[in-house]
Ligand binder design. Sequence first.
Ligand code: ATP
Ligand code: ATP
Ligand code: MG
Ligand code: MG
Ligand code: MG
Ligand code: MG
Length: 300
Amino acid sequence: MANSRFEYVKSFEQPDVLLPNTWIVVRIDGRGFHKLSDHYAFAKPNDRRALDLMNAAAVEVMKELPDLCIAYGVSDEFSFVFHPNCQLFERRNGKLVTTIVSTFTAHYIYKWSEYFPERPLLPPYLPSFDGRAVIYPNNRILRDYMSWRQVDCHINNLYNTTFWTMVLQGGMSNTDAEQELKGTVSADKNEILFKRFGINYNNELEIYKKGTVLYRQVCANFYDIALSVSTGANMSQQYELEEPKPAKSPADEESPVAESQQSRSQQDKIRKLRRKAQVVIDHVDIIKDEFWEKRPWILS
Ligand code: ATP
Ligand code: ATP
Ligand code: MG
Ligand code: MG
Ligand code: MG
Ligand code: MG
């Protein structure tokens, strides 16, 4: 509290504030999950329970941080997207990333026994995650980022599905299957699956092919409310929302408004709307326009 002769060390801290008015994506990824998934015997190529656990932890992160607009998950990774107006932790990189990573990890571990009751977590095989923040300057590039992750999901899943079918159903060794798949394109893999194993890749589960997108399902008129709020129009009585629960979450951080286009109270109202909205778990195409056009509030 009081000044001491040691205080000067504070000046060694480097600022790490992220550029204002840009999308912030925090992507986390499981550390050494190849080994961890072997140890806890995840099903190959896709363990449904492991994916459901990832999604459940990510939903809790969305609930705790109303500044998040959307999240996308595949395998052991999740991308969390903060709105350009976000002022949480004054947009400090380290604070944002570490809060997301530790909140996610806490829920992942807390919920583990619900999804894997017969396989208790034991050191040294404890799940941990790394994380990074990247900023994107406009909606188009943010959407290209999301598309990049979903294309990655598709490419990896087609490869993994073909590889593990050749090994588990075709009795091939890992090295032989890997050798045969070297240099193949998507059409070749589809053909191997169909001709040799009678599997139509299109019939695989959407969660495996498309990954998982989380967003807030807001009331039909959220868009109008958000607009009227951001233009400073009075909210009519019927839109008044309950006060959020007093539970303290990182979203309640004090934050300055100087950099933001919206006033603090306007942001608070949008945040309340977001907090109240149900988080939806979906497995759909986010590359085409349709997803975004149907849900204009996500990027608004
Ligand atoms: P790093 O620490 O560099 O991220 P990693 O071993 O986690 O290393 P990734 O490239 O992140 O490597 O790949 C994650 C691996 O975890 C996948 O290749 C797969 O083996 C395994 N994995 C993750 N989720 C699942 C799942 N739901 N079902 C089966 N395996 C999974
Ligand atoms: P922020 O999210 O900004 O860090 P905070 O509430 O965590 O807010 P800190 O400045 O980190 O605030 O202070 C941590 C507070 O947690 C302490 O002021 C104290 O009230 C409480 N606390 C932490 N450890 C202990 C402990 N071992 N015993 C009692 N209280 C503790
Ligand atoms: Mg990694
Ligand atoms: Mg990983
Ligand atoms: Mg990964
Ligand atoms: Mg603290």
